[in-house]
Design a protein around this ligand. Structure first.
Ligand SMILES: N[C@@H](CCC(=O)N[C@@H](CS)C(=O)NCC(=O)O)C(=O)O
Length: 211
């Protein structure tokens, strides 16, 4: 059986876990204790020498990097969440990359400084929070516009890109980032959070950590 190494507070890991459910993969979910540095242990470094989650183990093979794992799972399970034609793939990958670089990255600045740094007793960089919020305000409107024109990011069917974005936005309530200016994005998000692939993972971001 596939093994997926995750942490409940990791958005990249969440992306892969929701994808695994969405494509119908059977997998064992293994939590790596990031808070206590398990990612740097000899046993985890033997799995992923980069010392990060997620990592997917398929027999003798280890696949790292959340977007690569998403594509691997979709191809392995023959899922139509990643199309076969190269133009279709490019459309999906364009939005996957946008979600990671222009939504996940600024969100993770805010997440780190509002939640992780205080948890670890590290200094909080208020300026980094402001930069993250500014970037999100700049980068979310094109997504809202796209979702005013189509039910999903790449048209009328769900794709891997929707899952990448859904995971990137998952911490918004916890981080008190208001999405009310983005009605189409909000509607899209509410609908996807009802789906089994979301509900099978959690009720909301941070639930497993009691947040
Ligand atoms: N680009 C990677 C990012 C993975 C990543 O940064 N994982 C973080 C958790 S969100 C991690 O494992 N950090 C542990 C560490 O760096 O010590 C992906 O998309 O999978």
């Amino acid at each position: 059986m596939l093994k997926l190494y995750i942490h409940p507070f990791s958005v990249p890991a969440l992306t892969t876990e929701m994808t695994a459910h969405a494509v119908g993969a059977k997998f064992e979910r293994i939590i790596v204790d990031l808070q206590n540095g398990e990612q740097r242990s000899e046993s985890y470094q033997a799995i992923n020498p980069k010392g990060k989650v997620p990592a997917l183990v398929d027999g003798d093979h280890v696949i790292c990097e959340s977007l690569t794992i998403q594509r691997y799972l979709a191809r392995k399970l023959g899922s139509d969440l990643f199309p076969e034609d190269i133009l279709g793939q490019a459309r999906v990958e364009e939005w996957m990359d946008y979600a990671v670089q222009h939504v996940r990255a600024p969100m993770s600045r805010i997440q780190f400084n509002k939640i992780v740094a205080p948890m670890l007793g590290q200094p909080v960089d208020e300026n980094s929070i402001k930069v993250g919020e500014h970037l999100l305000a700049q980068n979310l409107p094109p997504i809202d516009k796209q979702l005013s024109q189509s039910e999903f990011l790449t048209g009328n069917t769900l794709s891997l890109a929707d899952i990448t974005l859904l995971a990137a936005l998952d911490p918004v309530e916890l981080l008190q980032f208001d999405l009310k200016e983005f009605p189409y994005l909000t509607r899209w998000r509410q609908a996807l959070r009802e789906r089994d692939f979301y509900q099978n993972v959690h009720t909301h971001f941070g639930a497993e950590l009691g947040l």
